[in-house]
Design a protein around this ligand. Structure first.
Ligand SMILES: O=C(O)CCC(=O)C(=O)O
Ligand SMILES: [Fe+2]
Length: 356
């Protein structure tokens, strides 16, 4: 059966990261749309193989033009450059809403198995980042916190982010089609289950940090070790690295920005939906590594540059009941369902309530 191919035999993937048993391939999505049925199947297998091993892959030819991504980054940078009072006035309120601005130090990402330590972690070493969370538009009682009443720049921000939200929403559905095929499910299996777009667009800004902050406080990081919560995350990285993924050996490996690609990783709900055949892998953000050949002037600088990134957290529909997918359990394969059924909404509210 084709799904028993070894990773090396799967055609469209080549490894970008291969360290300490963590292998993260680069997958070209173009053949999924333009290729023969067998090309399409090969892409699906490469994706499912990546999700079943490292839980991460880079994706190129994903269909969102570089010019669009660059406009979103510009708009995000300008937003974070606004006076603190303007940003605070758009503040995040509740886990149910999960929309609005989150100031530096408010969120402390942590491992799911250590929920009680969050307060003490936040007090000692808050995440050195600020974020803007944008949810699905038009949900009753849960408005997005747009800056469009402030000025033209604010109006432009709203339009740019709404359009980007919709492009990412489509990409989610397309990647879920590849996952369905890779799991021997019908291609459109997930369409109606994830198609509502109950997703979150998160703009991230990690301000410049003095090097001695990282040096003197070993627990200080830009985003603490965590797994993502939903189905998949589409991560657009700016110029500066810092993202690290935990390897099977327990080390953290840099997953650097690669031009015109995104990093896609599986979240906890997809892992749960797949009865843990798909992995949602821990990751974190620290200071960027020193680039090879970096000049002396830069090396001598006493701070690390700002990092901007954009995470689009995809979810199944809020009212979707998540329980083990066909083919991931049963007497024939002697695997039991590992989890109780839960709706996306219940699950996310539990998780978000624990970190903010
Ligand atoms: O900034 C990044 O590269 C990653 C952010 C992240 O992992 C998250 O917000 O869940
Ligand atoms: Fe994350």
């Amino acid at each position: 059966m084709a799904s028993q191919l070894s990773p090396q035999e799967i055609h469209p993937a080549s490894a970008v990261v291969a360290k300490d048993d963590l292998v993260i391939p680069l997958i070209d999505f173009a053949p999924f749309f333009e290729g023969t049925p067998s090309d399409k199947h090969a892409v699906a297998l490469a994706i499912i193989n990546a999700f079943q091993t490292s839980g991460f892959f880079y994706l190129k030819a994903h269909g969102i033009p570089p010019s669009v991504v660059s406009r979103v980054f510009t708009s995000s940078t300008r937003f974070f450059g606004r006076p603190q009072s303007q940003k605070d006035a758009l503040g995040w309120t509740t886990p149910q809403a999960n929309r609005g601005y989150v100031a530096v130090g408010r969120e402390k990402l942590a491992r799911v198995d250590e929920p009680t330590s969050i307060e003490s972690l936040r007090a000692s070493n808050p995440d050195l980042k600020e974020t803007m969370e944008i949810g699905r538009e038009g949900v009753n009682g849960l408005p997005n916190r747009w800056p469009d009443h402030l000025d033209d720049e604010g109006k432009n921000f709203k339009e740019t982010m709404q359009a980007f939200f919709d492009s990412c929403k489509l990409l989610h559905v397309q990647i879920m089609r590849a996952i369905a095929l890779g799991m021997n499910l019908p291609e459109h299996y997930f369409d109606a289950l994830v198609g509502d777009g109950d997703n979150t667009l998160r703009l991230l800004h990690y301000p410049p940090v003095r090097k001695d902050v990282f040096r003197d406080t070993s627990a200080q990081i830009r985003a603490g070790e965590h797994t993502d919560y939903g189905s998949i995350t589409l991560l657009f990285q700016g110029r500066h690295g810092g993202l690290q993924v935990r390897s099977p050996k327990g080390t953290f490996v840099h997953v650097l920005p690669l031009a015109d690609t995104i990093v896609v990783n599986a979240g906890d709900l997809l892992a749960r939906w797949s009865n843990d055949t798909i992995k949602s892998t821990r990751h974190r953000v620290i200071e960027p590594p020193r680039p090879a050949g970096e000049d002396v002037a830069n090396e001598a600088s006493d701070s690390y540059p700002a990092r901007y990134s954009i995470a689009y957290f995809c979810n199944p529909n809020m009212n979707q009941v998540i329980e083990a997918l066909p083919g991931t359990y049963g007497d024939d394969i002697q695997i039991a369902k590992k989890y109780e059924a839960i709706t996306t909404g219940e699950y996310l509210t539990q998780r978000l309530g624990a970190t903010i």
